[in-house]
Ligand binder design. Structure first.
Ligand code: NAD
Length: 358
């Protein structure tokens, strides 16, 4: 990263929380947003971390994300619920929806919770981690309505959102946490590249002619000095990961999280929001004595023990990369490009919040 600075985790969380409180969030909600964004940065997901602050503030001012919302139960039938997030901050309504799923799964063994109209749910792994803490397995299909960024396999124009998928399975030797966008790269990774961070991964972008591009402007178009980059503005698109397979998974997310929840599939509309279809299961309920915990632990260790292609890089299980990043960044601070730090300082100044000295 060019001109990188390191910010201690607690200092960063406090600063971001103060910014959201100054913007009008209640103390608890502001803390939840600050903690969630900081944790995304700590676990290495800079694209879903504190870099999002200016955009969240912009969305709140525009009325597309709303502070202080509580999910509304549209349908409440035992193991199934359809919840409306009323465009509340994902850090609030995502938390409420996950808690709801946990309660239902404890009661029924399994639960399906459909969440519509949620403000940005951030790193989806955060919700699987909450379920893991409760001893539950969870699967989450997510779409981003009105955020048409990704070209379908074989297409030269956008049809899908970055539609993340997440699977969480408790494991004392390191929880299994598979959590990724179905686009080759999450949009925020291109945002980080635009702001002087790591360049976009090869093959992640196409230009307006459907040809590979490494230029973030393919997504954002030219961005004026001080303006917040708008991913709708560019002529190109993100690509789906894994060719026709990843493209098919993105398609499934749009249908499961968008069409089946009433949240809406992605389109060129304007109010960007998340839909999420989550499945929760209590693994103790389907264990007849074979010992699911041991079976999971043994297999995760077996996979990790595969001979690495490069001895310097041992095989990792999903969730390991985040644990490694967390350990490193807790010890050494969160790395931010000078440009990202300046955008946070400016966001604070605009609300009368003084940035800490770093
Ligand atoms: P990514 O490409 O970094 O992949 C992350 C996954 O791959 C994790 O499960 C990680 O443990 C695993 N992984 C990483 N390195 C590995 C290795 N060497 N071996 C084995 N597994 C490894 O993730 P991404 O696609 O950039 O997504 C980043 C975040 O963005 C996710 O948290 C996702 O939920 C979030 N997201 C959210 C939205 C939204 O609208 N809320 C949209 C898109 C993405």
């Amino acid at each position: 990263m060019t001109n990188e600075i390191r910010v201690p985790a607690q200092m960063l969380e406090d600063f971001i929380s103060e910014i959201f409180e100054a913007a009008g969030a209640g103390k608890d909600e502001a803390r939840a947003i600050g903690a969630n964004l900081t944790m995304a940065s700590l676990t290495g997901h800079d694209s879903h971390g504190v870099v999002r602050t200016p955009r969240y503030l912009m969305n709140e001012r525009a009325g597309t994300m709303v502070f202080g919302q509580t999910v509304e139960a549209v349908i409440d039938r035992g193991a199934f619920a359809l919840l409306d997030g009323r465009f509340g901050f994902g850090q609030t309504v995502g938390h409420q929806a996950t808690e709801d799923g946990i309660v239902r799964a404890r009661q029924h063994g399994v639960a399906v919770v459909a969440l519509r109209n949620a403000g940005h749910l951030g790193r989806i792994g955060a919700w699987a981690e909450l379920a893991i803490e409760a001893g539950l397995v969870s699967i989450h299909f997510v779409n981003v309505a009105n955020s048409m960024l990704v070209a379908p396999f074989g297409g030269a124009e956008r049809r899908f959102s970055t539609a993340p998928v997440c699977v969480g399975i408790p494991n004392p030797g390191g929880d299994f946490l598979l959590d990724f966008a179905t686009s080759c790269a999450a949009e925020g990774k291109i945002l980080v590249a635009m702001k002087g961070g790591r360049p976009p991964p090869p093959g992640a972008l196409i230009d307006g002619e459907g040809q590979p591009s490494a230029d973030p402007e393919a997504l954002y178009g030219p961005v004026a000095e001080g303006a917040v980059p708008d991913p709708r503005a560019g002529p190109g698109a993100l690509t789906a990961m894994g060719d026709h397979k990843g493209s098919g998974l993105a398609f499934a997310c749009e249908l499961l999280a968008g069409a089946l929840t009433g949240s809406g599939t992605t389109s060129p509309g304007s109010r960007v929001h998340n839909g999420m279809l989550s499945i929760y299961a209590d693994p103790d309920r389907f264990d007849d004595g074979f010992g699911w915990g041991r079976a999971v632990a043994d297999y995760v260790d077996f996979v990790r023990s595969a001979r690495p292609a490069d001895p310097a890089h041992p095989v990792l299980a999903p969730g390991d990369a985040e644990r490694i990043a967390l350990g490193n960044r807790m010890a050494n601070g969160v790395p931010l490009s000078a440009e990202i730090w300046a955008s946070l300082v400016a966001a604070g100044e605009g609300l009368g919040v003084k940035a800490p000295c770093v």
